[in-house]
Design a protein around this ligand. Sequence first.
Ligand SMILES: [Fe+2]
Length: 97
Amino acid sequence: MASEGLHAPRERLTEKTLNLHHAIVSLTEELDAVDWYRQRADDCDDAQLKAILLHNMREEMEHAVMVLEWLRRNDTDFAGMLKEYLYTEGDIAHHED
Ligand SMILES: [Fe+2]
């Protein structure tokens, strides 16, 4: 399994597109892991195990953010959107208005 989820023949994709695909898939996986750990922590009655699960959740957040930073550095469209929206105040949905 080189990479699932390609929507065009691999040989027609640029190296940049393939690298972005790997990053996007990885980001999705890291965010899924965050969600799974948080849900398991919510469902856990053992305080020590809950703490471990929440620690692991934060590790997955770190992984996700590292990939997001790679996306920012390697794709100007992502970089522009991140610059536009991150660390702003006010209404996110109507930020463009
Ligand atoms: Fe991870």
